[in-house]
Design a protein around this ligand. Structure first.
Ligand code: NFE
Length: 516
């Protein structure tokens, strides 16, 4: 029996430490530890409309996601009705960033867990593009400056066929270009990226014209080609080839509880979504339950925060650090739905939505929830989302000319008192923002973020967080090469920057802590 500590886990967003106990080559205990306190000073006692701009600064990856969630939250609190054009432009700004995230997550963060990169040097083919890759990467390997690192030793699940590896590395390079172009798409409507400046309470500030929509559409067609013919094919090649044993064993599965808040409003931004809302418990896919936000709580029994005197629902909870808290081991709180830990993200969304082609692949290859299923879900979702975005371009063109419909409705000053909730789906999963308003100012503001759900510590009942549960049972045949651990972590696509945040109304101080 031995303890394996990975600190920091690299090739993710933010700062994460993972500790596991390994007994007879299998993980028997696990801790997910958010190590960096961020002390993001933010929105309390300010004009509620500031929330959109401040909460976007939580993260540089999913900034638009927070702008979107905070605007949905403010729409609710202000009673604002968003015009159709505003809803569609919000969808186009945020969905483009999902495409950015798909390329980033698979190629630049995860794929290297499944490739023996040294095989590039053995490429024998004549494809000029792949020969350039061989030359470029081969030089780095020969020089000992191992490229695309840090990484663990390749194991039996790593692809080592020189043709396949060289092709995959060429896709890695292509994916950099696709990331940049996806961001450009988003910026066409958002003004800029990563921190967009168009989505606001009541709608968007942007007035589109046909030229902008056409520019977006032509970049989108390029994305669809890449997602469908490169990304999805790579995931299928790996997932139904060398990784099939991992897929069928469900390595890195977990509770089989899944939550989606629903994302991308079709006609009503709060009710009818392209990616539906739903809850699945204990893997029962025949029973997708409706979401009730009142069942969301955030506990801190094992997190370095004080208990919230007014309760654990995000309308009332607070975020006050307490580094001396007994038994605490993470700066990530423990959100629960109806008291249960739930996995959020692409797999949760695809299991709630259950699109036939995806479910057919899962059935055909007997894939169980886990590492490989998450990658498959992310790739399939990216393709169907990108194709749906074409429909939104068409719908937006039909709205052009209704100029007044695009201007921000006259929403007036913030209400004297009120509250609102904004629930949506963002690349990593379910995102919720909650606000309470008093004297026209923000009295309380809480964000419950995808990575907080997935990477939470234990709760008061002693239930592991979803990642912790997913790690238990994972094979680690060599404690010096815990590659399966990072595969599980990265399949959940964490962003610890989002997961840990704090709203401090008084001091503006970035707190200092020493973690022993
Ligand atoms: Ni910082 Fe985020 C997404 C949000 S993560 S990336 O997607 O919200 O938990």
């Amino acid at each position: 029996m031995g303890k394996v500590v990975i600190d920091p886990v690299t090739r993710i967003e933010g700062h994460l430490k993972v500790e596991v106990e390994v007994t007879n080559g299998v993980v028997t205990d696990a801790r997910s530890i958010g190590t960096m306190f961020r002390g993001l000073n933010a929105v309390k006692s300010r004009d509620p409309r500031d929330a959109t701009y401040v909460t976007e600064r939580t993260c540089g990856v999913c900034a638009s996601a927070h702008g979107w969630a905070s605007s949905l939250c403010l729409d609710d609190a202000f009673g604002a009705k968003v015009p159709a054009g505003g809803r569609i432009i919000r969808n186009l700004i945020t969905s483009a960033m999902w495409l950015h995230d798909a390329a980033l997550h698979f190629y630049h963060l995860s794929a290297l867990d499944f490739l023996d990169i040294t095989a590039v040097a053995k490429y024998q083919g004549q494809d000029p593009g792949l020969l350039r890759v061989k030359e470029k990467i081969g030089k780095l390997i020969a020089a000992g400056t191992a490229p695309l690192t840090p990484r663990y030793e390749p194991d039996e699940y790593c692809v080592n066929d020189p043709e396949l590896v060289t092709l995959a590395v060429s896709h890695y390079l292509k994916a950099l270009d696709m990331q940049a172009k996806a961001k450009k798409m988003s910026a066409l409507f958002a003004g800029k990226q990563p921190h967009q400046s168009s989505i606001v309470v009541g709608g968007v500030t942007m007035l589109p014209n046909i030229e902008v929509v056409e520019q977006y559409r032509s970049l989108l067609l390029e994305q669809i080609d890449f997602l469908e013919n490169v990304y999805l094919q790579d995931v299928l090649t790996f997932g139904t080839g060398p990784l099939l044993p991992l897929a069928q064993a469900g390595v890195g599965g977990g509770y089989n509880n899944f939550l989606s808040f629903g994302g991308f409003g079709l006609d009503d931004e709060k009710k009818n979504f392209f990616l539906p809302a739903g809850v699945i418990m204990d893997g029962d896919l025949s029973k997708v339950m409706a979401v009730d936000q009142s069942k969301v709580t955030e506990g801190v029994t094992y997190a370095w925060y004080k208990d919230s005197p007014k309760g654990d629902h995000p309308y009332d909870s607070d975020t006050v650090p307490d580094i001396k808290r007994k038994d605490a081991y993470s700066f990530v709180k423990a959100p629960r739905y109806d008291g249960k830990p739930v996995e959020v993200g692409n797999l949760a969304r695809m299991l709630v939505m259950q699109p036939k082609p995806f479910m057919d692949i899962v059935a055909k290859y007997s894939i169980k929830p886990g590492v490989v299923a998450r990658h498959a879900a992310r790739a399939y979702e990216a393709v169907i989302l990108a194709k749906e975005m074409l429909n939104w371009c068409n719908a937006l063109e039909a709205e052009i000319g209704k100029v007044s419909e695009f201007t921000i409705p006259s929403i007036g000053n913030p209400p004297a008192t009120g509250q609102g909730v904004g629930l949506t789906e963002v690349p990593r999963g379910a995102l919720g923002h909650w606000i309470k308003i008093k004297d026209h100012k923000t009295e309380n503001y809480q964000m419950v973020v995808p990575t907080t759900w997935n990477f939470s510590p234990k709760d008061a009942q002693g239930n592991y967080g979803p990642l912790e549960k997913a790690l238990i049972g994972v094979p680690v045949p060599d404690e010096n090469n815990p590659i399966n651990i990072v595969r599980v972590v990265r399949s959940l696509n964490p962003c610890l920057a989002c997961a840990i945040h704090l709203i401090d109304p008084q001091t503006n101080e970035i707190h200092k802590f020493k973690i022993s």
